[in-house]
Design a protein around this ligand. Structure first.
Ligand SMILES: Cc1ncc(COP(=O)(O)O)c(C=O)c1O
Length: 254
């Protein structure tokens, strides 16, 4: 690595992204410490400040289990200051690439309950959000569990005793579950299920299976006004993407 930098005097930055979600702060800080040490070594061997900026990646985990923001950026900064004292002394520019820690808690997927049923002795609320917006959660629920909040048909928090139920999506396989066995006021037809903390890694991961449209994204102003941030996909776009735009591709020779 050092030789690679010495051979390329125009290389002025070092980058490390230790990993995302589930990486302890101490391990993240160790990754940054190694990067910092390498920058110091390169600069020593180059005899000049060749590396002037460190990019310490993202990776701060998000607490998906409650509304609490833990760990915080302040905690991470404290650990970094302890483990890598030179990092904040101003000699290096710093770049971060935080993703989910910035965005996850600012987004919610809201889906109408199309109908409610019972299967395997358990109530199931079948909604419009499943594998097409929560691909990781549906295919690896143990690794990417989601909290669900229940709202009535007017959007008010749903009242009532907690009932253990499944919240399912619209796709054609039985495992299309946003949440399995979660205790919530009983969801009924016309209610809304909100999948919380889905502002990162959900809107980006649309899955076109079953030709389900990519949903719109709506931001809101503090005064309650909504703004379209991303248009919902139209049926025409789904048809075009599914081959409709090239219907003659295999019937007419080029
Ligand atoms: C290189 C790099 N930087 C930043 C990120 C964002 O990570 P996170 O969303 O965990 O902050 C990722 C995601 O894996 C990544 O690969």
């Amino acid at each position: 690595m050092v030789q690679a930098y010495l051979d390329r005097p125009w290389l002025t930055r070092l980058h490390a992204h230790t990993g995302s979600q589930g990486i302890p702060l101490s391990l993240m800080a160790r990754g940054v410490a190694e990067t910092y040490a390498l920058a110091e070594e390169i600069n020593r061997r180059a005899g000049r400040r060749q590396v002037d900026t460190l990019d310490i990646g993202g990776g701060l985990p998000v607490n998906f289990a409650s509304d609490a923001t833990t760990p915080t950026y302040a905690q991470y900064a404290r650990v970094l200051a302890e483990e890598v004292p030179g990092l904040f002394d101003g000699r290096y520019g710093l770049v971060t690439e935080f993703g989910r820690s910035l965005l996850a808690k600012h987004g919610t997927v809201v889906a109408r309950v199309e109908y409610a049923k019972s299967a395997g002795g358990r109530p199931v609320a079948v909604t419009h959000a499943g594998v097409q917006v929560a691909t990781r959660t549906v295919y690896a629920p143990g690794l990417w569990p989601l909290r669900i909040a229940a709202y009535d048909s007017k959007g008010r928090p749903k009242e009532g005793p907690a009932v253990v139920q499944d919240v399912a999506g619209p796709a054609c396989f039985s495992g299309d579950l946003l949440a399995e066995g979660c205790a919530l006021p009983l969801l009924e037809q016309g209610d809304f299920a909100a999948a919380l903390d889905t502002g990162a890694y959900y809107f980006a991961h649309h899955y076109a299976y079953n030709s389900l449209v990519r949903p719109g994204i709506y931001g809101f102003w503090p005064d309650g006004r909504f703004a379209v941030v991303r248009e919902a996909q139209t049926v025409e776009e789904v048809v075009a993407e599914s081959g409709g735009a090239r219907v003659d591709a295999l019937t007419e020779s080029p």
